[in-house]
Ligand binder design. Structure first.
Ligand SMILES: Nc1ncnc2c1ncn2[C@@H]1O[C@H](COP(=O)(O)OP(=O)(O)OP(=O)(O)O)[C@@H](O)[C@H]1O
Length: 254
């Protein structure tokens, strides 16, 4: 099957004053894939995401999102994407249900809060305030808010940072469900195990450059074919497997 590109980034440059944070990167994201931007702190991942999300100005380069050019059609792009809000955007006096009603209103659409909360297993917290949620619940709620406008693409910046292993795996399942329903997912992560099992393709970003884009399997196979071997015999399980095995996979009461 020919892959259809939903995001095309060409020669993207971002300077902050005289600091060249993104140095002319080009890549494509395909429709209905989970695409990961990986790289060390300060590599330029968030800058790149926020430019594509129309939240930050680029210095130069071309970006097409779902057929719309960011220079001429940013408003059409905004309507087609879902972006996680910073926590500060969640008015403290409203409960989750009311927050979803508020955001739906801002989009000018009518979404049932319970239906949205159901997607992220938070119906029992409908009357709770955002600040009273656990870390995993906060992440799930913020993902629910990205889905309100039925977006073609959702952007998730480090969605699992700070979560325990169960919450992380549950969030992976949620992200896969979003992809399986036809929504493209672009995320950043520092966890390579996460990228390996979750992402269909990954781009490595380093010092403002993209140094490779491929499937996790292809990257690993290429490295192994080049003669790389781990210094130590790899065990058939790791400590996280032990943890999950001892404490169970189910949703936590949190
Ligand atoms: N508003 C800004 N003004 C000046 N420099 C900035 C600004 N935002 C980011 N930078 C710089 O640009 C570089 C890229 O930052 P960015 O946040 O995009 O990196 P990142 O890959 O997302 O890092 P992390 O993994 O730490 O989130 C960093 O050196 C950062 O200090």
């Amino acid at each position: 099957m020919v892959k259809q590109s939903i995001i095309t980034v060409k020669d993207l440059v971002k300077n902050y004053g005289d600091f060249n944070a993104v140095k002319g990167i080009s890549f494509e994201v395909y429709e209905s894939e989970i695409f990961g931007l990986l790289g060390p702190n300060g590599a330029g991942k968030t800058t790149t995401l926020e430019i594509i999300e129309t939240l930050r100005e680029k210095t130069s380069g071309e970006i097409i999102v779902d057929g719309f050019n960011i220079d001429t059609d940013a408003a059409s792009i905004k309507k087609r994407i879902g972006v996680q809000l910073q926590a500060a955007g969640y008015y403290p006096n409203l409960n989750l249900s009311e927050l979803i009603e508020l955001f739906s209103g801002l989009y000018g659409i009518d979404r049932s809060p319970l239906e949205m909360l159901e997607k992220v297993a938070l119906t029992d917290k409908a009357k709770a305030k955002y600040k009273d949620l656990s870390g995993g619940q906060k992440q799930r709620f913020s993902i629910a808010t990205t889905l309100i406008n039925n977006p073609r693409i959702v952007f998730l910046d480090e969605p699992t940072t700070g979560l325990d292993p169960q919450a992380r795996r549950n969030l992976w399942d949620l992200i896969r469900e979003i992809r399986d329903q036809g929504t493209t997912v672009v995320l950043t992560t520092h966890y390579m195990d996460e990228a390996e099992v979750l992402c269909d393709r990954v781009a490595f970003v380093d010092g403002g450059n993209i140094i490779g884009v491929d499937t996790p399997d292809a990257f690993i196979d290429k490295l192994v074919a080049s003669g790389f071997e781990r210094p130590k015999q790899v065990k058939l399980a790791n400590l996280e497997d032990v943890f999950i095995n001892m404490t169970g996979k189910e949703w936590r009461a949190e």
